[in-house]
Design a protein around this ligand. Structure first.
Ligand SMILES: *[C@@H]1O[C@H](CO)[C@@H](O)[C@H](O)[C@H]1NC(C)=O
Ligand SMILES: *[C@@H]1O[C@H](CO)[C@@H](O)[C@H](O)[C@H]1NC(C)=O
Ligand SMILES: *[C@@H]1O[C@H](CO)[C@@H](O)[C@H](O)[C@H]1NC(C)=O
Ligand SMILES: *[C@@H]1O[C@H](CO)[C@@H](O)[C@H](O)[C@H]1NC(C)=O
Ligand SMILES: *[C@@H]1O[C@H](CO)[C@@H](O)[C@H](O)[C@H]1NC(C)=O
Ligand SMILES: *[C@@H]1O[C@H](CO)[C@@H](O)[C@H](O)[C@H]1NC(C)=O
Length: 561
C-alpha cells in the first residue's frame, strides 16, 4: 500500500486536542515546525481542511516501525523494560557509509520518520544520499508509542520518574551498541561505523548532548536551533519576535500591539464587569469565565506561527495580523511608522486587534475550543489555554516544568509584546495545574531545576568536538543556544565556519557554527529555504573532513568477533 505521509501529518495537525501552545516547543509550535519542514500550507491546518495529497507519493513502504527493548531505568534493570520505536531506511546505503540518527524529539515520530526517511525533499534524505548512509529515525521515550508508562491526565506522577534528560540520553547509546539490520552481515554498531546524530530544537540539543556524553557512540553531530542552556526566565523569546518584526518593517505593529495590550490590561484590572466585557469582545460568550492569565495567554496566539514561518504563515501568520492592524478599515491607508495608537488611541487599537477575523479560528485551533460556536454542530466551549490532554504535550510539559524551564513570560519594557499578566508566576501556575498530584506528593519541583540540568549537561558552554551548530537570526530559541548574543549569554564568543580538526574541541570562546540571516526556528532543515543549504553545506564539508579519522573500535582494541 502506498502511504500518504502528508495526509497523515495533516490529520495529526487537525486533530490535536487541547494543548498548552503558549508554552515553548509545545504541540502547536512543534507541529507547525514540522509542517514548515514539509512545505504544508498552514492555511489548510487553520481551517482544518485536509491537505491535498500529491499523486506522486514517495515510496515509504519499506520504512516501517521496529521496536527495541530498553530498560526503563538505565541504572536499575529490575524496574523492567519497554518497547521503543524506531524506523530505518538503507535505500541509499553504500558499503562503508556511516549511520545517521535523527531523534524526532518531543512528538509522536511516525509521520516525521516516514517523511524524513522516505521523501526526497527532506534534509535527512539529502544527507543520506550524499554520504551513502543508513538512516534511522528515533522516537523519544514517553512520546508516541514509546511508552514506559501510558501518558494521560491520569498518569500517576511516579510514572514520570524516568522521563529525565539523563535517562533519555542513555537510550540511543544502549540501542546502538546492539544495532543490526536484516540484509546486512557487517557490524553496523558504533564500534565499526561512524554514527552521526542530527536534529533541530530539542532534537538538536539531544544531538549535541549525546555527542558530548557518549562520544564512543556518536562520532559527529548537527545541532540546529538547539537551546542547550536550561533557564526559567525566557522572556527573551519575545525580544526576538520583536527584532524579527522590526526587521520586516513592522515596528508600527509592535507599537500598536503594546498600546492595545496596555488598554486591555487596564480593563482587566478595573473591575469584574470591565474585565468580562473585554474578554467577550475578543472571543464571545463564555470567554469571560477565563482568568486574566488564561485569556491573555490566548492573545499571544498572534505570535504562534512566528517561529515556524517568521512573519509569513498565511492567514494566521503575524504578517497578516500586522497588515490588518496597521491598515485603516475605511480608507485602506497604512498606519505609517508610528502606528495608529498615537493619534487614535489605545482603545481603537485594542478593538481592531479584537476584530481580526482570523483570530477566532486561530484560538479554536490552538485550544480545540469552539469559541463563538464557529462549529455550529458542537456546543459553545471557550476554555482558553486549558490543561493539556494530548499525551505528547503532557510529556513535554513534564520535561520543561521539571528540567528545562523556558518560561516565555512577557518581555516587560519598551519592546513588550505580551500582557502584564503573562508572568513567570503564571507559567509556573500552568505547570502546577497540569500536575496537581505531583505537586501534592512533592514530585514536581516548585520551579524547574535548571541549575542541576545545566550542571549535568554543561549548558551553552559545551564544546564537544565534531559538532556543528546552526541558528536563525530571529529564532526565539537562539537566545538559549551557544549562538546566543544577548547580554545574559556568555560574552566574547566567536562564531566561525572554519572547520575544527577532527576530534578537537574548540575553546569556550570559539564555536563552529553559523547564523542564517532573516531566519527563524530550524529554517536550515527546510530544504526549500535557500540559505538553509549554505548552513547545511558547512556541516557537509566538515563531516567529509572528519569521517576519515573515524577508527573502528576493533582497529584499536584488537580483534572483535
Ligand atoms: C514530500 O514532501 C513534499 C514537500 O516537502 C510534498 O510536497 C510531497 O507531497 C511529499 N511527498 C509525500 C509522498 O508525502
Ligand atoms: C496502556 O494502555 C493500553 C490500552 O489502553 C494497554 O493495553 C497497555 O497495557 C497500557 N500500558 C501500560 C504500560 O500500562
Ligand atoms: C543484543 O542482541 C542480541 C541478539 O539479538 C540479544 O540476544 C541481546 O539480548 C541483545 N542485548 C541487549 C542488551 O539488548
Ligand atoms: C527575565 O530576564 C530578563 C532578561 O532577559 C530580565 O530583564 C527580566 O528582569 C527577568 N525577569 C524576571 C522576572 O526576573
Ligand atoms: C467598572 O469600571 C467601569 C470603567 O471604569 C465603570 O464604568 C463601571 O461603573 C465599573 N463597574 C462596577 C460594577 O464597578
Ligand atoms: C506599517 O504598516 C504597514 C502595514 O499596513 C506596512 O506596510 C508598513 O511598511 C509599516 N511600516 C511603516 C514604517 O510604515
Amino acid at each position: 500500500m502506498r502511504y500518504s505521509v502528508l495526509a497523515q501529518v495533516a490529520l495529526a495537525l487537525a486533530g490535536l486536542s487541547s494543548t498548552a501552545s503558549a508554552m515553548g516547543m509545545g504541540a502547536i509550535r512543534r507541529e507547525l515546525r514540522l509542517a514548515a519542514e514539509m512545505g504544508i500550507n498552514p492555511d489548510h491546518m487553520l481551517k482544518r481542511q485536509s491537505v491535498p495529497t500529491q499523486a506522486n507519493q514517495a515510496d515509504s513502504d519499506n520504512v516501517v516501525a521496529k521496536t527495541v527493548s530498553l530498560p526503563i531505568d538505565h541504572g536499575d534493570p529490575s524496574v523492567g523494560t519497554y518497547e521503543n520505536r524506531y524506523w530505518v531506511n538503507d535505500e541509499w546505503y553504500q558499503q562503508g557509509g556511516p549511520v545517521f540518527v535523527y531523534d524526532v524529539g518531543e512528538a509522536t515520530a511516525e509521520a516525521t520518520a516516514k517523511q524524513h526517511l522516505g521523501n526526497s525533499t527532506s534534509f535527512l534524505v539529502e544527507m543520506l544520499e550524499d554520504f551513502g548512509a543508513i538512516g534511522i529515525a528515533w522516537e523519544h521515550r514517553y512520546y508516541g508509542e514509546s511508552l514506559p508508562f501510558n501518558v494521560s491526565v491520569d498518569t500517576p506522577p511516579e510514572h514520570f520518574k524516568y522521563l529525565t534528560n539523563k535517562q533519555a540520553l542513555a537510550d540511543i547509546p544502549f540501542f546502538a551498541k546492539n544495532f543490526t539490520l536484516d540484509g546486512h552481515k557487517e557490524d553496523l554498531t558504533p564500534d565499526a561505523k561512524p554514527w552521526v546524530m542530527v536534529g533541530g530544537s530539542y532534537s538538536g540539543m539531544r544531538s549535541a548532548f549525546t555527542r558530548d556524553a557518549y562520544p564512543d557512540t556518536i562520532f559527529a553531530a548537527y545541532a540546529s536551533s538547539a537551546p542547550v542552556e536550561a533557564r526559567v526566565n525566557m522572556s527573551m523569546y519575545f525580544d526576538q519576535v520583536y527584532n524579527g518584526m522590526v526587521a520586516k518593517g513592522y515596528s508600527n505593529c509592535t507599537k500598536d500591539i503594546k498600546a492595545g495590550l496596555e488598554y486591555i490590561d487596564d480593563e482587566l484590572s478595573k473591575n469584574a464587569s470591565a474585565a468580562a466585557a473585554i474578554k467577550k469582545r475578543f472571543f464571545g460568550d463564555g470567554a469571560e469565565k477565563n482568568s486574566n492569565g488564561d485569556f491573555t495567554a490566548a492573545l499571544a496566539g498572534i505570535f504562534g506561527f512566528f517561529q515556524a514561518y517568521g512573519v509569513g504563515g498565511g492567514d494566521g501568520g503575524l504578517g497578516s495580523f500586522c497588515e490588518y492592524l496597521e491598515t485603516d478599515a475605511a480608507t485602506l491607508q497604512p498606519a505609517g511608522p508610528r502606528g495608529f495608537a498615537p493619534y487614535r488611541g489605545k482603545k481603537y487599537v485594542a478593538e481592531r486587534f479584537a476584530s481580526w477575523p482570523v483570530f477566532i479560528d486561530l484560538v479554536n485551533f490552538n485550544y480545540d475550543t469552539n469559541c463563538r460556536q464557529t462549529d455550529t454542530t458542537k456546543p459553545l466551549e471557550c476554555t482558553l489555554n486549558p490543561k493539556s490532554t494530548d499525551p505528547d504535550t503532557i510529556s513535554w510539559t513534564w520535561q520543561f516544568c521539571t528540567e528545562w524551564g523556558y518560561y516565555q513570560s512577557n518581555n516587560f519594557g519598551p519592546h513588550s509584546l505580551l500582557s502584564k499578566f503573562q508572568t513567570l508566576e503564571y507559567q509556573q501556575y500552568t505547570c502546577n495545574r497540569q500536575f496537581p498530584d505531583a505537586v501534592k506528593k512533592g514530585l514536581l519541583p516548585s520551579t524547574p531545576q535548571v541549575e542541576a540540568t545545566n550542571k549535568q549537561t554543561g549548558g551553552w558552554t559545551i564544546r564537544p568536538s565534531n559538532v556543528y551548530w546552526s541558528g536563525g537570526q530571529f529564532d526565539p530559541w537562539r537566545t538559549l543556544s551557544p549562538l546566543a548574543t544577548e547580554d545574559i549569554a556568555p560574552q566574547g564568543v566567536t562564531f566561525s565556519t572554519e572547520i575544527p580538526k577532527c576530534g578537537v574541541e574548540t575553546g569556550e570562546d570559539r564555536l563552529f557554527g553559523y547564523i542564517m540571516e532573516n531566519a527563524e526556528h530550524c529554517f536550515d532543515l527546510i530544504t526549500g529555504f535557500g540559505p538553509g543549504k549554505i548552513s547545511r553545506g558547512f556541516f557537509h564539508e566538515a563531516l567529509k573532513s572528519w569521517l576519515p579519522c573515524f577508527k573502528a573500535a576493533g582497529a584499536v582494541a584488537g580483534h572483535r568477533d
